[in-house]
Design a protein around this ligand. Sequence first.
Ligand SMILES: NC(=O)c1ccc[n+]([C@@H]2O[C@H](COP(=O)([O-])OP(=O)(O)OC[C@H]3O[C@@H](n4cnc5c(N)ncnc54)[C@H](OP(=O)(O)O)[C@@H]3O)[C@@H](O)[C@H]2O)c1
Length: 290
Amino acid sequence: MNTTPASLPGGTWTLGDMTVARFGYGAMQLAGPGVMGPPADHDGALAVLREAAALGINHIDTAGAYGPRVTNRLIREALHPRPGTLRIVTKVGAVRDEQGGWPPARRPDDLRRAVHENLEDLGLDVLDVVNLRLGDAQGPRPESLAEPFETLVELQRQGLIRHLGVSNVLPEQVAEAQSIAPIVCVQNMYNLAHRQDDELIDDLAAEGVAYVPFFPLGGFTPLQSTALSAVASRLEASPMAVALSWLLRRSPNILLIPGTSSVAHLRENVAGAGLPLSERDLAELDGIGR
Ligand SMILES: NC(=O)c1ccc[n+]([C@@H]2O[C@H](COP(=O)([O-])OP(=O)(O)OC[C@H]3O[C@@H](n4cnc5c(N)ncnc54)[C@H](OP(=O)(O)O)[C@@H]3O)[C@@H](O)[C@H]2O)c1
């Protein structure tokens, strides 16, 4: 098993001024059912985070809204004091309601509170990357991000945030953010079956901006496709391994943050994501989302 960021499948990417393994980890699945409350297996959740670090993963994606305030505190408990090379990317812009919904919270006071809560829960003085999450659970919405993004820029100037990103956004919102301040990443839904961001990914690659697909394995609805199953069985691999290998191959600026609450699945995903996909495999997989 690989044990350094550079030897993980996909190698590394420079996120702002930080070198991260392209194979990262998304912490959302560590909270309780519906991403609410604590995990059923607290020690198991800590074990997943510690295994990720032991495997060389140094990019963890999280949010104060997971739990809420559950995954950030688990990350702190499992990994504090973190090595200087571990980068934690968080999101602000939504909170949780009593029904488990994700209502927006993007007024300046909401965002300031969220940044301070993230700092407190993660035990940090500076957040490595903060993504402004827009839209809603159905996806991006056409709306200006100027006011909330400018609030984050102000918090960055105060030294509380190293780098900025945006999430759940349309291409024109990426451009609007970039007209205000530099961003290092865009985090949107994208996988073998959902490819609406193909052009955006290529544009960001040309600019040196990372694209971080959420739901790389399909999220709450696992990816299912006859073509994916056929390629997986030909390669004697799992569909998850094929889906992750395809993302790493798709573009060098794609950073993976697959989620899992299982040490075994984490190991499987890391071990499986470096499949050498042939032109025939790629052609068959390309057909899934087109
Ligand atoms: N910006 C946003 O709005 C947004 C939205 C959603 C998610 N995110 C971020 O994106 C990350 C990734 O998304 P996600 O975790 O929701 O979805 P995902 O990575 O597409 O899929 C996670 C699901 O796949 C299962 N899984 C993982 N590896 C497996 C394996 N080897 N075999 C079988 N099942 C496997 C997990 O179950 P087990 O736990 O049983 O392994 C879990 O149910 C999140 O953790 C979060 O950090 C961001």
